[in-house]
Design a protein around this ligand. Structure first.
Ligand code: KG4
Ligand code: ZN
Length: 329
């Protein structure tokens, strides 16, 4: 079953064709990062206008790369939220137009659910296909959630951030240290030439599985304002370590508590090498991590998730609408 996935929730216009929820036939991504970089962050109105310009060529490129015709497709999966309303609307309307014109079933996908399903795309041919029950650590620009999954489509959020998301914290740290935009990759890059020599606080929030990242960010800001940061590289390394230490420790604790078979990593921050390696080293439970390009926003993960939604009979009507504040479960 070949599914066309469409993703426009934030600043990437993406389309992909995925077969049977696991095999990537194409994965096209048009990033707007250079356009937003000059503003130091995403400008929603600019993002929606760029999606309008990029979406049709990106869908055509995804179809061409996959060497499929419209008649080869059996369904369309599109992100309906969470995300920027104007951005989501572009993807959803294009998906509905194709569904109507070609008589194809359509399913609306939660972007976070999509991030989790990136793990099905990559690991199917290895010994480590996802096995339930599992815990997924979703770390993106807008979310830091620990999600327990007992089966497909079944999500229980067992931990979440109480303030900043992990990716948001990386972005703010980069701004404080003057490392540029986007922050996550900039902090990771700077950290490579530094040592984690600065003492930064970790919010352990004992007896809960929740996270808090605003304290470490504020501590970094105070040090910077006080002129006590001589090496941005050391500060970046220290910040990265403080955030990842908590993410890894809590993910492993939750996995043990719920006696799961695996820990999955997902979301843009999951492309961070230190996080990937640290979790694999520290976890007594097998860890699955998608390749970096499937951690950041893409449409292959939306198509993969769509496949399992279709399998479960979750077909939407042409009244499908965007839900910018959509929650998981
Ligand atoms: O999942 P994603 O691409 O978009 C959202 O759904 O938010 O995640 C983007 C976030 C940004 O905050 C970005 O700074 C962060 O992921 N990120 C990283 C890295 N690559 C992207 N954070 C740390 N290290 C990275 N290598
Ligand atoms: Zn995302």
């Amino acid at each position: 079953m070949k599914i066309l996935g469409i993703e426009t929730s934030c600043d990437e216009t993406a389309a992909a064709v995925v077969e049977d929820g696991v095999r990537i036939l194409s994965n096209q991504i048009a990033s707007q990062v250079e356009i937003h970089a000059r503003y130091g962050g995403i400008v929603p109105e600019v993002a929606s206008r760029q999606h309008i310009l990029a979406i049709i060529p990106i869908v055509e490129q995804a179809m061409a790369e996959a060497k499929v015709n419209w008649s080869d497709l059996e369904g369309i999966a599109v992100t309906i939220g969470p995300g920027l309303a104007g951005s989501l609307l572009v993807g959803v309307n294009v998906a509905k137009a194709i569904a109507l014109a070609r008589g194809l079933p359509i399913t609306g996908v939660n972007h976070l659910e999509g991030h989790i399903y990136a793990n099905w795309l990559v690991n199917r041919d290895t010994a480590l296909a996802p096995l339930f029950p599992l815990v997924c650590l979703i770390v993106s620009g807008g979310h830091s959630d620990l999600v327990l999954m007992r089966e497909h489509g079944d999500y229980m959020v067992v931990g979440r951030t109480r303030d900043d998301a992990a990716g948001e914290a990386f972005d703010k740290a980069a701004r404080i240290l003057g490392l540029g935009y986007p922050g996550g990759p900039a902090v990771e890059q700077a950290a490579k030439s530094g040592t984690a020599s600065l003492e930064l606080p970790r919010a352990w929030l004992k007896r809960t599985n929740d996270f808090s990242f605003s304290g470490v960010k504020t501590a970094l800001l105070r040090l910077m304002e006080g002129g006590r940061i001589s090496s941005p590289a050391d500060a970046a390394a220290s910040f990265q370590e403080a955030v990842i230490d908590v993410l890894v420790t809590k993910a492993v604790a939750v996995a043990k508590e719920h006696r799961v078979k695996q820990i999955l990593l997902a979301g843009g921050v999951a492309s961070n090498e230190l996080l990937r390696n640290w979790l694999v080293e520290d976890s007594p439970i097998p860890v699955l991590v998608p390749e970096p390009i499937l951690c950041t926003d893409n449409a292959a993960m939306i198509a993969a998730c769509g496949y399992y939604r279709f399998q479960a009979g979750k077909v939407d009507g042409l009244d499908l609408d965007v839900v910018p504040g959509l929650k998981l479960a």
